[in-house]
Design a binder for this molecule. Structure first.
Ligand code: C5P
Length: 244
């Protein structure tokens, strides 16, 4: 029985501004995806990484990974496989799961867009799954209060949006990745649960809809998602601090 990591990296990164697919953009000179693969391979629990590339970019991603070898870790090698992704994150994860060999029993799903997750967080998620939890997510309390609104779209886009509620902040968590799963549970969730529109933004959400208990372990500030231009500034600063 082995633990594998699936890294969806097929997003275009529209919110980051114009340019290459998000995962291929550089952080301190190294593509974000390479940082993310190294973060997974740094965990001794992970023996295989499946990277889900943009649908037309699998060859480019393969070349990129071959040009940026993983740092040695106890001289044990982590295999890295590349498969083409889909139109939504959910579809990309499903395609990554389909590429897993039979002996993989636990899966970590990790956003390429969270390149700086510390290995301790990866290890904690993997350990909780190996100890029997079917679904584990790293998460942090929120700094901001969150409002639910009635979105204004179409002709009314841009109008002030009415607030319909304020969930109690102390009960909320911002979830990160890697999210860890029993393989069979995650595969069943992706087969059975359909989500309209953009699809599921998080794998644990699919598992919840199956009625399987998901649990939270502490996340880490450095596991933040690189989404907007300011996040690139923060990521570069974290890398500079690590090198200091
Ligand atoms: O868009 P978002 O920030 O939620 O994307 C999270 C992760 O899902 C990113 O690593 C992105 O590359 C990936 N993704 C994907 N396939 C898509 C859309 C997003 O693999 N079609």
């Amino acid at each position: 029985s082995r633990t594998a990591a699936v890294i969806p990296a097929a997003g275009r990164g529209v919110r980051l501004g114009p340019g290459a697919p998000k995962a291929l953009r550089a952080l301190s000179g190294t593509p974000m995806l390479v940082h993310a693969v190294r973060a997974m391979a740094a965990s001794r629990a992970v023996s295989l990484v499946v990277v889900v590339a943009p649908p037309d970019g699998a060859a480019e991603v393969r070349n990129l990974l071959d040009a940026h070898p993983l740092a040695d870790r106890d001289s044990t090698r982590t295999d890295v496989v590349v498969v083409p992704g889909g139109a939504t994150r959910q579809e990309s994860v499903r395609l990554g799961l389909a590429a897993l060999p039979a002996d993989v029993t636990a899966v970590l799903v990790h956003d390429a867009a969270r390149p700086l997750v510390p290995v301790d967080t990866v290890d904690a998620v993997a350990a909780a799954v190996r100890e029997g939890a079917p679904a584990v997510v790293p998460a942090l309390p929120l700094a901001d209060t969150v409002k639910q609104v009635e979105p204004r779209t179409g002709e009314r886009a841009g109008e002030p949006e009415p607030v319909v509620g304020t969930p109690e902040r102390a009960l909320l968590r911002a979830v990160q990745t890697p999210q860890g799963f029993d393989r069979a549970v995650l595969v069943e969730a992706h087969e059975k649960v359909a989500v309209e529109g953009e699809g599921a933004t998080d794998d644990a959400g699919l598992v919840e809809r199956l009625g399987v208990q998901v649990v939270v372990v502490p996340g880490h500030e450095e596991a933040f998602k690189v989404t907007r231009p300011l996040d690139l500034v923060l990521a570069e600063a974290v890398l500079a601090r690590r090198r200091a």
